[in-house]
Ligand binder design. Structure first.
Ligand SMILES: Cc1cc2nc3c(=O)[nH]c(=O)nc-3n(C[C@H](O)[C@H](O)[C@H](O)COP(=O)(O)OP(=O)(O)OC[C@H]3O[C@@H](n4cnc5c(N)ncnc54)[C@H](O)[C@@H]3O)c2cc1C
Length: 458
């Protein structure tokens, strides 16, 4: 269709997934100088993906981005359809009848496996399940985490590992006024965990920890951060990495690790103990986890591209609970081209590609586009780029068959799908805040699907 023809009717865009990348995409679309209608589909009844179910309860400022999205959601050019699972309730092919453009922003929800023997023993959990549990994701409220042990192990050197360590290490009273779920708070208040071991396969300079989060960990009340001084002896390539003028955060992190290398284990408080250059190779235990066997690694390769290889030297670490936090993969949605190896939609800079050919009108965004890395701001940057690409591609996009705004409502009704809308969310948001205020909390979340839907029917 010619660019000017799009002005004769609204450009119809569907966004699949209501996490930050979906909302940043909606924001970028609503700022375009074309007549547009944006519909967002979300599997859960409530919006915001990992802002609501990932970001830690003691980081309320990071979550405040939802205030901006709440305003955006009230735009006449935007509709929210919660409780609609694309792929299950409506296929992507069907959606293409109703929308000229489809944007995939459904995240990466499959935790990567450790790939070692016995990793399915009781007591071993993907870190994201623990995170979703304490944050009240309806799919994980019934998960069980046995915190009646002295030693916890977290495998992985990214910010999610730091979140899990911090939530385990904090005095539960410090979380009481946050939006953490009541059941998680009760469980954490009774926790026996004293030592939290964080394991990284590479060295202290090759982590993905942000300085802000690491510093916060080093300053926790009643908790000592400990690093083995031997782990801070750098090989030549790592010394080069440290000297690189661009590696400001590495220098700052390294300083924190150096400070922690003087610390010794606290008998009274909790300890967060970093183990660098070690990989788990097997888990031991009869009916449940008892010991993780770690292999010592060394680094090889050039600066900024060093790999860890095992040395054959092994050690045992006794533990009662283990969280793996080594990233996530996305899953294929219907017939959309998928890069199985990286667990993302096949795309070049966000444009979906099949066998090297651009699929005009199909775009990917956020974690399902680039994998599970990057912060909220990274998603915003990608969404701005997407809006530019869309304008460049407009003439190559085929118009859909049913551009009428009401056609999709007919389909939902025919399928008997009880979708939620944005004003439903605003109503629940208000109730959550009020319930929270009654208990001096930021909010008391709805965590049960039936309760959410009942409340909306009242
Ligand atoms: C534990 C944790 C803590 C984090 N903390 C921070 C932080 O402090 N600061 C920061 O900047 N970043 C943080 N991040 C990173 C940030 O959350 C991500 O960058 C961001 O959420 C990625 O956004 P997304 O929209 O791609 O995916 P998601 O946020 O995962 O959103 C995807 C959405 O799609 C929905 N969906 C999935 N399948 C379907 C389907 N078939 N149909 C319809 N809807 C579907 C999901 O329910 C979800 O709502 C954190 C991440 C994690 C995991």
């Amino acid at each position: 269709m010619d660019k000017s023809e799009w002005h004769s009717r609204d450009l119809r865009v569907a966004i699949i997934g209501s996490g930050p990348s979906g909302f940043f995409a909606a924001e970028a679309l609503l700022n375009l100088e074309v007549s547009i209608q944006v519909d967002m589909f979300e599997r859960l009844p409530l919006p915001y993906g990992l802002i609501r179910y990932g970001i830690a309860p003691d980081h309320p400022r990071t979550k405040s981005v939802i205030n901006k999205f709440n305003t955006l959601g009230e735009s006449e050019k935007f509709r929210f359809f919660g409780n609609v699972d694309i792929g299950l309730d409506i296929s992507v092919r069907e959606l293409q009848n109703y929308y000229d453009v489809i944007t995939f922003s459904y995240g990466t929800n499959l935790p990567k496996n450790l790939g070692i023997p016995n990793e399915n023993l009781n007591g071993i959990h993907p870190a994201i399940q623990f995170v979703r549990w304490y944050n009240g994701d309806p799919d994980f409220v019934d998960a069980k985490f046995d915190l009646n042990h002295e030693n916890a192990v977290i495998i992985g050197n990214g910010n999610v590992a730091l979140d899990v360590a911090r939530i385990l290490a904090r005095n539960a009273d410090e979380l009481r006024e946050t939006d953490i779920t009541d059941y998680a708070l009760n469980s954490l208040a009774k926790s026996m965990i004293k030592n939290i071991h964080i394991i990284g396969r590479r060295g202290p300079l090759q982590t993905s920890f942000s300085f802000k989060d690491l510093k916060e960990l080093s300053e926790l009340n009643g908790c000592t951060m400990i690093v083995n001084p031997e782990d801070l002896e750098l090989n030549r390539a790592s010394q080069e990495e440290l000297k690189n003028p661009k590696s400001t955060y590495k220098k700052l992190n390294f300083k924190l690790f150096e400070n922690a290398s003087d610390n010794s284990k606290s008998e009274i408080g909790k300890n967060i103990i970093f183990h660098f250059l070690k990989s788990p190779v097997t888990i031991e235990g009869r009916n449940r986890l008892d010991t993780v066997i770690l292999e010592k690694n060394e680094l090889t390769g050039l600066a900024e591209a060093q790999n860890a290889i095992g040395t054959g030297s092994r050690e045992e670490l006794k533990c009662g609970i283990l969280f793996s936090s080594i990233g996530y993969k996305g899953t294929r949605l219907d017939n959309i081209p998928f890069d199985e190896q990286n667990g993302v939609i096949a795309n070049i800079d966000g444009r979906v590609v099949s066998k090297g050919k651009t699929q005009y009108g199909l775009y990917a965004m956020g974690w399902i586009q680039r994998g599970s890395n990057g912060l909220l701001g990274t998603n915003k940057r990608d969404s701005t780029r997407f809006a530019k690409f869309l304008m460049d591609d407009l003439e190559k996009i085929s118009p859909c068959n049913h551009p009428d705004k009401t056609s999709i409502l007919d389909l939902l009704s025919k399928r008997n799908i009880k979708s939620t809308c944005f004003s439903d969310w605003l109503k629940l948001d208000q109730i959550e805040i009020e319930r929270g205020a009654a208990n001096n909390k930021t909010r008391e979340k709805f965590v049960n699907l039936a309760e959410i839907l009942n409340c909306l029917n009242e």
